[in-house]
Design a protein around this ligand. Structure first.
Ligand code: GLA
Length: 399
C-alpha cells in the first residue's frame, strides 16, 4: 500500500513538473539570435529587418521561426520594479515589435539573466522573476534565453525552476533556454526545467581554438563538439542539449560552415543562426536552408548522434532516424586530405543507448549525399571518397 501511495505521489509530482513547461520544442528550436554577430549593437530596426529577411530569404519556410533578441535590449526598471526596453534603441516598445514579428509568421525571443545583472551589465531578473515573466507574456514573447552571470551564491537548478514556474504562472507558452554554460551539469536537471540547456561556454567563430578569460572560455567548433561526449542520453523531444548558437556565415570558411552545420544537425542541436541575415552570401544561405540536412536535426525521434569511429583527425558520427533510416557524418578534422574507404559489410553499427542496429552484411541501404542532393549508390559496395581538410561527407541511408 505504501508503495502504491508512493508511486501515485511520484506520478502526480512528475506530471505537475512536466506540465510546468508546456509541450514546446518537440524538435530542436530553430531561429536567429543577435549575439554572435551584433553583441550589444542592437535596436528595433535590426530586429524588424531581420524578421523581413527571415521571410524574404526563405529561412522561415525552411523552419527558422524564432527571432531572439539577446543581451542589451534593456532600459531601467521603473519605480514599481517593471523592466522597460532601452527607449532610444527600442522606441516603439517590445509589444509593437512582437506584433510585427508575429505578423510575419515568426516568434519573438528575449534574454535575461538569473542574477542581479546580465553578462552585459543590464538589469537581471533576480528578485523580479514573476514580474519579468508577466511583462514578457504581456509583450507577446515566445522564447526566453536565461543567462547565469552575477549569480553569486545562487543554486542553478532552483534559480531556473523559479523562472520556469514564473513563466508558467504568466500563462503564455514560452520556450525556456537555460544558459549556464554546463557549469552545474544542467543536463541532469534541465529536462524538468527548460527546453534546452547550454552545455559549454560560448562558441567562437574558429574551427579549433580555445580562449580562456579567467572564469570563462570561448570555444571553436571542434572544441564544442568534443564537449558533447556522454551527453546524448539526456536529450530528446522537449529537452535538448544546446552546444550554442551557429557561427555559420560569421567568418569560418565555407567548408567549415558546412561541417559546423552538419555536426550541429547530427547533434540534434537547436539551430539558432547568428549571422547577418540581411547581407548573406548565396552559399551561406544554401547551407542554412539545406532541407535534407535540416531534416536530420528535426527528425521526430530526436536522437542525438554518437561517435562511431575515432581515428584521430578522421571520425564518423551516426544518428538514428525515424523509419529505420540513419545518418552518417564522416568528418576530417585535420589539415590533410583523408581518403575514405568504408567497407559497409565490415561494419555492424549498434547504438548501445537506443538499441538501433544496422547490419550491412545482411541489409542493403541506398545512400543519399545530403550536400550534393544526389543518390550515390548502395551499401553493397565499398564507399570511396576524398575528404578535404575541415570537411564532411554527410549521408542518409534509406532501406
Ligand atoms: C553569455 C552567453 C552568451 C551571450 C552573452 C550576452 O556569455 O553565454 O551567449 O548571451 O552572455 O552578454
Amino acid at each position: 500500500m505504501r508503495n502504491t501511495i508512493a508511486s501515485f505521489i511520484f506520478v502526480l509530482v512528475s506530471f505537475s513538473l512536466s506540465a510546468q513547461k508546456y509541450d514546446l520544442a518537440q524538435t530542436p528550436p530553430m531561429g536567429w539570435n543577435s549575439w554572435n554577430r551584433f553583441a550589444c549593437d542592437i535596436n528595433e530596426q535590426l530586429i524588424r529587418e531581420t524578421a523581413d529577411a527571415m521571410v524574404a530569404t526563405g529561412m522561415r519556410d525552411a523552419g527558422y521561426l524564432y527571432i531572439n533578441i539577446d543581451d542589451c535590449w534593456h532600459g531601467e526598471r521603473d519605480s514599481l520594479g517593471f523592466i522597460h526596453p532601452d527607449a532610444e534603441r527600442f522606441p516603439s516598445g517590445m509589444k509593437s515589435l512582437a506584433d510585427y514579428v508575429h505578423s510575419k509568421g515568426l516568434k519573438l525571443g528575449i534574454y535575461s539573466d538569473a542574477g542581479t545583472y546580465t553578462c552585459g551589465g543590464k538589469p537581471g531578473s533576480r528578485g523580479h522573476e514573476y514580474q519579468d515573466a508577466l511583462t514578457y507574456a504581456s509583450w507577446g514573447i515566445d522564447y526566453l534565453k536565461y543567462d547565469w552571470c552575477n549569480t553569486g551564491g545562487m543554486a542553478a537548478e532552483a534559480a531556473y525552476m523559479t523562472m520556469r514556474d514564473a513563466l508558467f504562472s504568466a500563462g503564455r507558452p514560452i520556450v525556456l533556454s537555460i544558459c549556464e554554460w554546463g557549469t552545474n551539469k544542467p543536463w541532469l536537471w534541465g529536462g524538468e526545467t527548460g527546453h534546452l540547456w547550454r552545455t559549454t561556454g560560448d562558441i567562437h567563430n574558429c574551427w579549433d581554438c580555445e580562449m580562456g578569460y579567467g572564469t570563462w572560455g570561448k570555444y571553436g567548433v571542434l572544441n564544442i563538439l568534443d564537449k558533447q561526449n556522454g551527453l546524448r542520453k539526456y536529450a530528446g523531444p522537449g529537452h535538448w542539449n544546446d552546444p550554442d548558437m551557429l557561427e555559420v556565415g560569421n567568418g569560418l570558411t565555407l567548408t567549415e560552415d558546412r561541417a559546423h552545420f552538419s555536426l550541429w544537425c547530427m547533434l540534434a542541436a537547436p539551430l539558432i543562426s547568428g549571422n547577418d541575415l540581411r547581407n548573406m552570401p548565396k552559399e551561406v544561405l544554401e547551407i542554412l536552408t539545406n532541407g535534407e540536412v535540416i531534416a536530420l536535426d528535426q527528425d521526430p525521434l530526436g536522437i542525438q548522434c554518437f561517435k562511431y569511429l575515432d581515428e584521430g583527425d578522421f571520425e564518423i558520427y551516426v544518428k538514428p532516424l525515424a523509419d529505420n533510416q540513419v545518418a552518417l557524418c564522416f568528418l576530417n578534422r585535420g589539415e590533410k586530405v583523408v581518403d575514405v574507404n568504408f567497407d559497409w559489410k565490415q561494419n555492424y553499427i549498434i547504438d548501445g543507448q537506443t538499441g538501433n542496429s544496422y547490419d550491412f552484411a545482411k541489409e542493403n541501404y541506398k545512400i543519399r549525399n545530403l550536400w550534393l542532393h544526389k543518390d550515390i549508390g548502395t551499401t553493397a559496395t565499398v564507399l570511396k571518397s576524398t575528404l578535404p581538410p575541415h570537411d564532411v561527407l554527410l549521408i542518409r541511408l534509406i532501406r
